[in-house]
Design a protein around this ligand. Structure first.
Ligand code: ASP
Ligand code: MG
Length: 404
């Protein structure tokens, strides 16, 4: 007998048919003798609709009231799921975040979980009940409802699994698991059976957005092993856990694509200590997330710098840099969309030649590399967005990640 936490996202509880499917799956799990905690999101689209309604009334709605409002999406699905379970003879009870004793700090709309007291839940589980907990929400010490940030029900499930010391944590979603590349772009992409937390962050972060990245960071911190799998079938998914030595045998685990990057090139900057600091302080103050950074070797007292930023922050970034140029005397020479293609794998730590293979493959396909950045487990290139899909296929092939 195991204690299992199953989390179902918005598409998996989108309507009564899907909620019945969740209940049927839970019934099977219970019939196998397991104890079960279910964490659910709001029906897909509901949280967005609530946000829109509040913003139609007020441009900057009060955050406490936003949490009061947004928490109702999950309150609907916990009750419906519990009722669906009861309807097929499975004893079940719903719990809001507060009732499940998910205690958070007071940062409304982006609260942090400080503790979960699982005693009451353990009692109910012992009675043979399935507990259906509202994801995405918690409560402060003084009883105020909080939410954990968008996509936060993943974090709720991971935290619940950690607090209850669950044997298994399953994240049910509308994809089958994490793939070696986006299967819509790379037709022979394969499902990855096992992956490390770090690889998951790199692969899901820039591409498929399979899971909220903060929840992956927390799984790693708390050592929660989880499985990402589909609620639409019974196929095994992708298991995500701490890196182990045998994982390093595979050099490249997958290819990630981020089409939402804009490259800003700044030239004629003074080649002196403090220039880079000024640029990055300015961007940080403007709330811009800089991704890739390249600086060339200075010549004649002048350097050029190129950064990439998320496209929806490019306008703010450009404005902030332009303001700084009054002082630094440089100028922006380009602000273009780029696509970032990354090869990811913990095996890169112990293998060489990965960059060579990747660049050769791109060169052979005639795809020009505009920027390069690397980390211990990732090599990224910025390229023309019109070649992005092709670049993914080429890199995927170069590392023989495809089927067969
Ligand atoms: N319903 C919340 C959202 O849409 C939480 C979640 O789905 O994980 O962000
Ligand atoms: Mg989600």
């Amino acid at each position: 007998m195991a204690l299992i936490v199953q989390k179902f996202g918005g598409t998996s509880v989108a309507n009564l048919e899907r909620i019945r499917a969740v209940a049927a799956r839970a019934k099977e799990t219970v019939a196998q003798g397991h104890r079960l905690v279910i964490v659910v999101s709001a029906k897909s689209g509901v949280t967005n609709r609530l946000v829109d309604e509040a913003k139609a009334l007020h441009p900057t709605p009060d955050k406490r009231e936003m949490d009061m409002l947004l928490s109702i999406g999950e309150q609907e699905t916990i009750a419906l799921t519990a009722i669906a379970l009861q309807a097929i003879g499975v004893p079940a009870v719903s719990r809001t975040g507060g009732q499940a004793r998910v205690i958070t700090d007071r940062s409304h709309t982006k609260a942090r979980i400080s503790s979960i007291d699982g005693d009451e839940m353990r009692e109910r589980l012992k009675e043979g009940k399935v507990i259906v907990v509202a994801g995405f929400q918690g409560v402060t010490e003084d009883g105020e409802i909080t939410t954990l940030g968008r996509g936060g029900s993943d974090l709720s499930a991971i935290a619940m699994a950690a607090a209850l010391k669950a044997d298994v944590c399953q994240i049910f979603t509308d994809v089958d698991g994490v793939y070696t590349a986006d299967p819509r772009i790379v037709p022979n992409a394969r499902k990855i059976p096992v992956l490390s937390y770090e690889e998951m962050l790199e692969l899901a972060g820039s591409g498929s957005k399979v899971m909220q990245s903060r929840s992956v960071e927390f799984s790693s911190k708390w050592g929660v092993v989880f499985e990402v799998r589909s609620s639409f079938n019974n196929n095994p998914g992708t298991i995500v856990k701490a890196e182990s030595q045998d994982m390093e045998k595979v050099v490249v685990r997958g290819v990630a694509l981020d089409k939402n990057q804009t490259k800003i090139a700044i030239s004629d900057l003074p080649d002196q200590p403090g220039t880079a600091a000024k640029i990055f302080t300015t961007l940080a103050k403007a709330g811009v997330n800089v991704d890739m950074i390249v600086q060339n070797v200075g010549r004649a007292g002048i350097v050029n710098q190129t950064v990439t930023v998320p496209t929806d922050e490019a306008y703010i970034a450009e404005k902030a840099i332009n303001e700084l140029m009054v002082d630094l005397k440089g100028r922006i020479t380009a602000c273009d969309r780029v696509a970032k293609v990354s090869a990811v794998g913990v095996g890169m730590r112990s293998h060489s030649g990965v960059a060579a293979t990747m660049f050769e493959a791109l060169a052979k396909a005639g795809i020009a590399v505009q920027l390069i950045s690397t980390s211990e487990i990732k090599i990224s290139v910025a390229i023309d967005p019109s070649r992005a899909d092709e670049a993914c296929r080429v890199v995927h092939d170069a590392f023989q990640l495809g089927e067969g």
